[in-house]
Design a protein around this ligand. Sequence first.
Ligand SMILES: [Zn+2]
Length: 295
Amino acid sequence: MAIDQGAENSAVAELPTSRLPALELFEYVPERALVVVAHPDDCDFLAASVLSAWVRQGCSGAVCLVTDGDAGSDDPTIPPGELSRIRLEEQRAAAAHLGVSEVRCLGYPDGVLENTLAVRRDLVRVIRELRPEAVITMDPNNRWFGRGYINHPDHRAAGDAALDAIFPSARDARAFPELLRDEGLQPHKVRFVFVGASSESDMAIPLLPVDLENKMAALGEHHSQFDASDMREGMERGAREVGERCGAELAESYRFFDLVPNPSQRGYRRASAEETAMRQAELLPDPPEPATDWG
Ligand SMILES: [Zn+2]
């Protein structure tokens, strides 16, 4: 099931952009990035433009779907498993627009996902195999967006499982020891974590117009789920509004974690509190001209 197309923006829709907090700009490009989401199509709302931007600059991207997406239809005549097959094909076609060929599906039943140890272990396996420097996933804290959308429980469960797999299980040899013992999967520390569609966003990744084009093309592949043709305006507006908060033309925002912080090796901007306050002040609109004509 799709997350709300303007999810992040609708979460804060009642605030003008100029009153939203300024965002740091993340200009570093990870070597390898993995997106972990609940369903086919979630990746393309959450991270398609960023995957496009990073892959364009040399990053190797991958997508992991936790569920099979088999509940994403009201049509009772579709045989079990058929929708899952169609949606995985759609996701592979979508990823191809972003330069991503690595698409995995853990195959858990759609609609009833829980953050179990089995899900966590399967995600640890994927993380140890692909060894991503950055992971993008869903916000497990988001129960709702605005007044129109209660967040899908699979989205929260997938985000929870991904964060639990990243820390501490993927990096600890003694967590799920069978993965090392039987499969030779060495522990791996994910450095950067980006939680998407979050009401606590604090970091932004700059985009070019081509990245939005690629995102629209990716969304356009999910024929079984929605018609993406009317989503363009909202996507562009959202990316411009995030851009205004970080000094870029277009950007995507996330709640950000650096799990191996080393200031001497930072390739991204860290703004001081003063700098952030100044940037915020710069973004505030000019006060209205005082009325001089009293007629
Ligand atoms: Zn979904």
